[in-house]
Design a protein around this ligand. Sequence first.
Ligand code: SAM
Length: 257
Amino acid sequence: MEEHIAEIYDQEETTVEDVELIMELLKLHQCKNVLEPFCGTGRILLPIARSGVAITGMDGAKMMLNRLQEKLKEETDMVKNSVSVIHAELMSYTWPRGFDAVILGGNFFFEFATLEEQQRILRKAYQSVKNGGFIFISTDSIEKELPDHWCNVNVENRAFPSGICEDGIELKAYSKPVYVDKANKIWKAERRLEVYQNNKLTKEYTWEIQKYPIGYSEIVDMISRLDLEIIETWGDIKTRKPFSTGDDKATLWLRKK
Ligand SMILES: C[S@@+](CC[C@H](N)C(=O)[O-])C[C@H]1O[C@@H](n2cnc3c(N)ncnc32)[C@H](O)[C@@H]1O
């Protein structure tokens, strides 16, 4: 079943604008050796490897990395030789060091339940990049309180991963907020995943998640505690507009001093 989740991820996450921006930045700053924590199935990693940059991808989900490895089989030897893959739980793992750049893309901050965990991840990225190297961050940004549409407690909505796989297996996922602290941005939800084969429900999984939807000013505060400088920001990658207050997405390019 887990490989079906990875397949639906690839069906749903097809954004290319962030990948184009990252590739431009890596070229401009001559980054040759890159680390991508939370690389998933390689949406960002593979185009970077195809451009001749050496890249190490890390992820805790074997199913996502398996799919990446399958895609790699179709690539040239040059691309295969440019990629290293590490399977690890990244909060506890000691990340490798000495990279020209670390890519923290794909809304990675929202994988974590607290600001402290998010801070730990940024610190690890900081330690992995060499002096004068770069960190790319791209995330949704919720600046003050949780918006109303996050706060419908006990209302179940369809969520990721929902869709039909090549082998006909259908996944229907649901998310139901069970605890919301609007002002302090604490959000807990029950997740439910139904698996259908030939239109019959064959399995059901439930679990709980917690998120801390971070905002731009909290990211800037974290950055100020490390020896990092903000080189450029974007509030909309498509138009390349710099970040301004109220934007619901934040992308930053940082340099380690
Ligand atoms: C939303 S996906 C993003 C994938 C890729 N960066 C992209 O943008 O397409 C997030 C990835 O982070 C991984 N992940 C989340 N928490 C993790 C953790 N604590 N340790 C390792 N991997 C984690 C998940 O397995 C998943 O593949």
